[in-house]
Design a protein around this ligand. Structure first.
Ligand SMILES: NC(=O)c1ccc[n+]([C@@H]2O[C@H](COP(=O)([O-])OP(=O)(O)OC[C@H]3O[C@@H](n4cnc5c(N)ncnc54)[C@H](O)[C@@H]3O)[C@@H](O)[C@H]2O)c1
Length: 341
């Protein structure tokens, strides 16, 4: 079976994708520098799939090491590139760190892929490229707006770099997957999201508040023009998201792609408000969540959810899991991580 490199494969979305790739019989090699993950994640992957992927601890910013890696693994057929820094707030404070880590690593990998007789490349992009879209749900044709942060800009520039490279590299086929809001954990709770420090995202903040690690959740604004006044996002279960990567990769490896650079939205198509997510947590956990409404947070988009038609029709992929499923698994995971289950 084809050998696939998964960069950032010990991270949140990467680890769930490695599981799905191994379940489909792919040989997986992971590169990760452990800057936002732990080697213990390998045990979780092994516990679920019965197979330990090859792991190379490597910082993709080190160009020579990347070259050596590809010289050693010259039979790689595809790359799923998750490795990146992802904290929006930190990117505003440390833009160069983000441009270096998210852009140079991409360039070094593409340079190596150009040398291969043929290669498929999947890029982790984000719905952040759309900013506050003029129309909802958001289709892939919605204009890319001026980035709101250096992090968001790295995703826009990343897409442009890949598109430009594909235009002049017939042996390279690529898909940029624009994720909406990935949440949840594997149902086995062997793997899940492991935020370092104070979580930047809503769901880990909710589960950490539920378990008592945080005192209360601040809900930023309840006076937005939405049904309950809180912001709306499209929360997609990480296992559904992981499965989409395997399908997108298969599309490239089986030459089913329509052009050698494509983009797809990955979301559920359904928007949920912050208060709906809180309610879902309370329902599946049986716990009352301590939260308070505070003022709006600067830079927050009011509402974003995906038009999933292109992914449904072209990839033949649909989400199967609900917000409640995601909250249930996220809560089970939180309890396991804190040793309460
Ligand atoms: N989680 C989200 O909400 C979300 C939304 C949209 C897009 N994305 C993108 O999806 C990808 C994966 O996100 P995630 O949530 O799994 O993040 P994560 O931080 O859990 O995973 C990223 C992994 O990459 C590794 N890494 C970072 N820099 C590296 C380097 N220079 N060399 C080698 N390894 C490196 C980290 O150690 C980590 O294990 C990222 O590109 C992110 O920008 C995430």
């Amino acid at each position: 079976m084809d050998k696939i490199l998964v960069t950032g494969g010990l991270g949140f979305i990467g680890s769930h994708t490695v599981v799905e790739l191994q379940n489909e019989g792919y040989d997986v090699v992971i590169i990760d520098d452990l800057s936002n993950s732990s080697e213990k994640v390998l045990d979780g992957i092994t516990a679920i799939t019965g197979k330990t992927p090859i792991f190379e601890k490597l910082d993709l910013k080190e160009k020579d090491k990347v070259e050596q890696f590809f010289a050693k693994h010259n039979d790689i057929k595809g790359v799923i590139h998750f490795a990146a820094s992802k904290a929006v707030g930190e990117s505003v404070k440390e833009p160069l760190l983000y441009y270096e880590n998210n852009i140079s690593t991409l360039v070094y990998i593409l340079k190596e892929l150009k040398k291969l007789p043929s290669a498929g490349f999947i890029f982790s992009s984000s719905c952040t490229v759309y900013g506050q879209a003029d129309e909802l749900p958001i289709t892939e044709n919605a204009p890319v707006k001026l980035a709101e942060s250096p992090y968001g800009n790295t995703k826009q520039i990343g897409e442009e770099i890949i598109s430009d490279t594909c235009k002049v590299t017939p042996n390279l086929k690529a898909i940029a997957l624009r994720y909406f809001n990935p949440v949840g954990a594997h149902e086995s709770v062997e793997i899940g999201e492991l935020p370092i420090g104070v979580p930047q995202n809503l769901v880990p903040f909710i589960t950490q508040t539920g378990i008592g690690l945080r005192q209360e959740l601040s809900v930023f604004g309840d006076d937005y023009p939405t049904p309950d006044g809180t912001c709306i996002r499209d929360y997609i279960h990480v296992v559904d998201l992981a499965k989409a990567h395997v399908i997108a990769l298969g599309r490239l490896l089986q030459n089913k792609n329509k052009s050698n650079y494509e983009t797809f939205n990955l979301g559920t198509g359904k928007g949920s408000s912050v208060l709906e997510v809180v309610k879902s947590f309370e329902k599946v956990s049986g716990k009352k969540l301590n939260y308070k409404i505070v003022g709006r947070r600067e830079g927050d988009i009011i509402s974003a959810y995906a038009d999933t038609e292109k992914a449904n029709k072209e990839l033949g992929w649909k989400t199967k899991l609900s917000l409640d499923d995601a909250m249930r698994s996220a809560w089970k995971w939180e309890q396991k991580v804190r040793g309460e289950n």
